[in-house]
Design a protein around this ligand. Structure first.
Ligand code: GLN
Length: 222
């Protein structure tokens, strides 16, 4: 698998994400937000966490207008894989690649701790190595993780089995405790928790590693 990790001004999980993908066996290239094209043969575009452009305007809003944005949209339109973690999830909603929005946490504070995460579906390229209902431990670190979507959009996510992860207990006010959602073709995943920070034993836990294993397996099978 060839993966491209994009760095924006303020990204702080770009290296972590590149390391996790590399450990899973991906061939990783790093891109700058001012790049305008993806290198040939990229399977996965990975949008990392952090505070792109200082989170001004709205988290992810300015990043979604970066020079690289058009190439990311085109990649998704071709059926390419796109993974957005935390600020990356915010960027993907701002790009219109995933429905809904990430609002200020209901408690109005930055939350930085490990959370229990329930795998809501294993029918996706990102979650196939988990069993549905598995509860894993993964860190969150955000102030705008409160996922909201209108009733019609929520019904569509449920009908199409597109909720990838939910919090095992309420964390930030997200509707139905949603922590991660999939696109209609299941190739785009956005999630607030950080699997790349729970991928090696030195992280204190490895529950996030199976996400990268799932992805590699899907790409080999594709
Ligand atoms: N770790 C992150 O990616 C943080 C995301 C975002 N800047 C927020 O605080 O909500």
């Amino acid at each position: 698998m060839k993966a491209a990790v994009i760095t924006f001004p303020g990204s702080n999980c770009d290296r972590d994400l590149a390391v996790a993908l590399d450990a899973a066996g991906a061939d990783v290239v790093r891109l700058w937000h001012k790049d305008e094209a993806l290198p040939a043969g990229i399977d996965l575009v990975a949008v990392p966490g952090g505070f792109s452009f200082g989170d001004y305007l709205r988290c992810g809003a300015i990043a979604a207008h970066s020079p690289i944005a058009r190439a990311v949209r085109e990649h998704a339109a071709r059926g390419g894989y796109v993974l957005g973690i935390c600020n990356g999830f915010q960027v993907l909603t701002e790009l219109g690649l995933l429905p809904g929005a990430l609002m200020r946490n209901s408690g109005l504070t930055f939350i930085c701790r490990e959370v229990g995460l329930r795998v809501a579906t294993s029918a996706s390229p990102y979650t196939s190595a988990y069993a549905p209902g598995d509860v894993i431990t993964v860190p969150v670190a955000h102030h705008d993780g409160n996922y909201q979507i209108d009733a019609e959009g929520l019904a569509a996510l449920k009908d199409q089995d597109r909720i990838a992860f939910t919090y095992a207990a309420p964390v930030n006010g997200s509707v139905e405790d949603i922590a991660g959602v999939l696109s209609e073709n299941r190739r785009v995943l956005g999630m607030m928790p950080h699997p790349e920070r729970a991928a090696e034993t030195v992280h204190g836990g490895t529950d996030g590693a199976k996400l990268f294993v799932s992805l590699m397996r899907d790409l080999v099978a594709a």
